[in-house]
Design a protein around this ligand. Sequence first.
Ligand code: ATP
Ligand code: MG
Length: 225
Amino acid sequence: MNNNSPILESTNISKIFADGKLYVEVLKDINLTIQSKEMVAIVGASGEGKSTLLHLLGGLDKPTTGFVNVCGQNITALKPAAQGALRNKYLGFIYQFHHLLPEFDALENVCMPLLIRKQSPKFAKQKARELLNKVGLSQRLNHRVGELSGGERQRVAIARALITDPLCVLADEPTGNLDHKAAAQILELMLKLNQELNTAFLIVTHDLNLAGRLDRQLILENGVL
Ligand SMILES: Nc1ncnc2c1ncn2[C@@H]1O[C@H](COP(=O)(O)OP(=O)(O)OP(=O)(O)O)[C@@H](O)[C@H]1O
Ligand SMILES: [Mg+2]
């Protein structure tokens, strides 16, 4: 990684979904830079393209025009395997709909990114336990996804995103399914990780209270930030 590079930098990215009669221009020439240790909120109405933007920034989907640099490397130009490797190395993802693996329990789901990186299962389990502890789920380690509440699943997803010590976490409504108290705890946890580990966060949220606690607030409206 080039130390002077921002963690994320998009240059004129746009996204058009076009398929037969369908034509939706969701994002228009978005230029966005996330520096190391920054905490940035993205707010916007439903359907404005917030999830689409996170997917483009993380290399999960391809922009129609423009490109994205991750730590100075153009992720848009890479082949899927190399995109995955770059994403795995620097970024953590908290999806809007958690995407946990239903056949595994909480501990195994959180371990998964480290096992993919060929770390020892013992080390992965120890780290996963610590993180699940931090998100308040030490009593749910061996519950399968179907045996967890919505908010608990969300917290497992947060622990999973953090286990690789990412430089930046892209979080799509991480507190969307949580009550006030749980949402406040998750916010404090993210602020603490930001302080302790310098983890940058880009957080899509409808929670203006949460957004207000971050360094910058961006509004996505009519395809522009
Ligand atoms: N694969 C797709 N094909 C066609 N249209 C799509 C596709 N994915 C998203 N869209 C459209 O793009 C727009 C933005 O979707 P997106 O999921 O990014 O919105 P959002 O801001 O995350 O909304 P929400 O707050 O409800 O999660 C929507 O109008 C949606 O219908
Ligand atoms: Mg969304």
